[in-house]
Write a protein that binds this ligand. Structure first.
Ligand code: GAR
Length: 201
């Protein structure tokens, strides 16, 4: 008999390489406790949506036109209607309010492209994280997967992986190395860990 699976929604805003890593892990049989039920984007032409469609996953676009409350309510309505258990923020470039995060305590995870607590919090997203790491001169960076709470990048850490910073790195080169060596590995692995614990509790 098939084991129980958690219904998962993945939130995206851009290229979706982390979403792709999750899809590839599912297709390789590495996410036995995960049902990829939905992908939500706040950007209507995000390439991540194309990746989801190719993988046969339902997609929804919710743009932030009328302020935070309406935006978050529109998302919550969809999540409740679809009976979503867990949320993955995979390159989602909006900070969600405490009102929102309180609906999913330790049921929402995020991938951040640094070793938290370095280079994280408000204003640190995407390439800006790697620009900050390079200008500080750190020799090691990496990625973190953590639970999402009301503090940006402040929830309990699930997994981290260190990645070497090399001479001559640009923000783009460092970003790519951190994705390949860390994010694309620890995000699917963390998702399976959290989903397994969720369905077995
Ligand atoms: C990833 O590096 C992710 O860690 C980062 O944005 C990129 C999205 O790439 N997220 C943040 O900075 C969130 N604070 P992707 O769309 O190809 O997955």
């Amino acid at each position: 008999m098939d084991n129980k699976k958690a219904k998962v929604a993945v939130f995206v805003s851009g290229g979706g390489t982390n979403l792709q890593a999750i899809i590839d892990a599912r297709d390789a049989g590495k996410l036995p406790h995960v049902e990829l039920a939905l992908v939500i984007s706040d950007v209507k032409d995000a390439y991540a949506l194309t990746r989801a469609e190719k993988a046969g996953i339902e997609t929804k676009v919710v743009e932030r036109n009328d302020g935070r409350e309406a935006f978050e309510k529109a998302i919550l309505d969809i999540l409740f209607e679809k009976e979503i258990d867990l949320i993955v923020l995979a390159g989602f470039m909006r900070i969600l309010s405490a009102d929102f995060t309180s609906h999913f305590p330790e049921r929402m995870i995020n991938v951040h492209p640094s070793l938290i607590p370095s280079f994280c919090g408000k204003g640190f997203y995407g390439l800006r994280v790697h620009e900050a790491a390079l200008s500080y001169g750190v020799k090691v960076s990496g990625a973190t997967v953590h639970f999402v709470n009301e503090i940006p990048d402040g929830g309990r850490i699930i997994m981290q992986k260190a990645v070497e910073v090399k001479d001559g790195d640009t923000p783009e080169i460092l970003q790519r190395r951190i994705m390949e060596e860390a994010e694309w590995k620890i995000l699917p692995a963390s998702l399976e860990k959290v989903a397994k614990e969720y369905v077995e509790k």
